[in-house]
Design a binder for this molecule. Structure first.
Ligand SMILES: Cc1ncc(COP(=O)(O)O)c(C=O)c1O
Length: 398
């Protein structure tokens, strides 16, 4: 792998002009498309007609602009956009797995993913073994003859562990498995496909769109895999139908071009805050701190120039203390007590009782999730000294 890959540069090389030379793309506001020749329609159905569109659940030109730009950013052959991050995750997994298959997954994942793996997939007799994804021996030992996928998040939600993607890719390749990686927390910072991931999934809802005005997702992979998802006969995305609205695609595409400056600023602000919090004696997880468990691996796998990300977690030990802190920070204007991440304002929530509430308490204990964990998505604040003063006041008043 060459060291310097700049995903923002790659995506910026894509230009999709509008119908009249518009600097932004035209929006294809149609569900269906006409054909001059009946045979061309048949060829399009069979996937043999380049540049023709059939029906917007299958492909839509505006969605394709966004998908092609994301593929350039991820350095994959192709991509597919979906109506939510969960649609991207569930479609990718269901395209790979058949009834009776097995998955090895990180024990710490987004709660919705956890619930899909543990509560929904058993309906199809698909079992999942949960492991500490940083324990490579545990990953190897969990593999069975019917395993199809190693599933992880580059930076796991909510414990912010870092997956050693090159090592996981080696394990995955040697067992002929697919490594599926959710890169929602670390766009631009890490490029999983370049490190050996077979499929990269995103919730575009978060950093990539960055405006908290819609829900969307993406799957980036080989052309073969993306084509299989959209196959009219047995493609999971074509048949389950989580199509993204092209009006939204056009908006997300515009926001993608400012992702580089936003990620840099999120990282800079989170780094500032992580130093202040740890100097103040608060128990903190931030993979950009040299003392953090994930620092070494993230330093090894990250692209240059985008920092260590905008996510950090502090441990207030009890749920009650964490609730009081969050309410007080919201009153003081630090940000909002809300789930989700990647917004220009700071968001904070108690992970155990919100985004990981689907995870049973015993499993929360096993993954080291304390009831007092407050996860921050640090915003694009213009004055972090001011933000820190407000947070410190809120801590001191507890
Ligand atoms: C890491 C991660 N992946 C996926 C999702 C799901 O994305 P969406 O809400 O867009 O369906 C989330 C949502 O919080 C998430 O945090």
């Amino acid at each position: 792998m060459e060291k310097k890959f700049n995903p923002a540069l790659e995506l910026s090389k894509k230009h999709f002009f509008g119908e009249y030379g518009d600097v932004n793309t035209s929006i294809t506001d149609s569900a269906t498309f006409t054909f001059l020749g009946a045979q061309t329609m048949v060829d399009t159905f069979e996937g043999h007609a380049e540049g023709c569109f059939l029906y917007s659940r299958h492909w839509n030109p505006t969605n394709k602009y966004l998908a092609d730009t994301l593929a350039a950013m991820e350095n994959t052959e192709s991509a597919w956009v979906t109506a939510s991050g969960m649609a991207a995750i569930t479609n990718a997994i269901m395209q790979i797995c058949n009834a009776g298959d097995h998955i090895v997954s990180s024990i710490t994942t987004y709660g919705g993913t956890y619930a899909f793996l543990m509560n929904y997939l058993p309906k199809f007799n698909i079992e999942t073994t949960l492991v500490d994804i940083t324990d490579l021996e545990a990953v190897k030992n969990a593999i069975r003859p019917n395993t199809k996928i190693i599933y992880t998040e580059t930076m796991t939600n909510p414990m912010l562990q870092i997956s050693d993607l090159p090592e996981l890719a080696k394990i995955s390749k040697s067992h002929n498995l697919k490594l599926v990686v959710d890169n929602t927390f670390t766009p631009l910072i890490v490029s999983p496909a370049r490190l050996g991931a077979d499929v990269v999934v995103y919730s575009l809802t978060k950093f990539i769109n960055g405006k908290n005005d819609c829900v969307a997702g993406a799957i980036c992979s080989t052309a073969e895999f993306i084509n299989s998802l959209s196959n009219v006969n047995d493609g999971t995305s074509m048949l389950l139908g989580p199509a993204l609205d092209p009006l939204r695609s056009a908006n997300i595409l515009k926001n993608l071009y400012t992702l580089n400056i936003r990620m840099r600023q999120h990282s800079e602000n989170a780094t500032f805050l992580s130093h202040k919090l740890s100097e103040y004696g608060i128990k903190i997880v931030y993979p950009g701190l040299e003392t953090d468990k994930g620092y070494e691996v993230l330093t090894k796998i990250k692209n240059e120039g985008y920092g260590y990300g905008g996510m950090l977690a502090i441990d207030m030990e009890t749920k009650e203390k964490s609730y009081k802190l969050m309410e007080s920070m919201q009153m003081k204007g630090v940000g909002y007590l809300a789930v989700s991440l990647g917004y220009f304002r700071t968001l904070f929530s108690n992970s155990g009782s919100s985004t990981s509430s689907e995870v049973p308490i015993e499993t929360q204990h096993k993954m080291g999730l304390s009831p007092g964990i407050v996860r921050f998505s640090v915003g694009l604040d213009a004055d972090m000294d001011n933000t820190w003063t407000l947070i410190k006041q809120a801590i001191d008043e507890l």
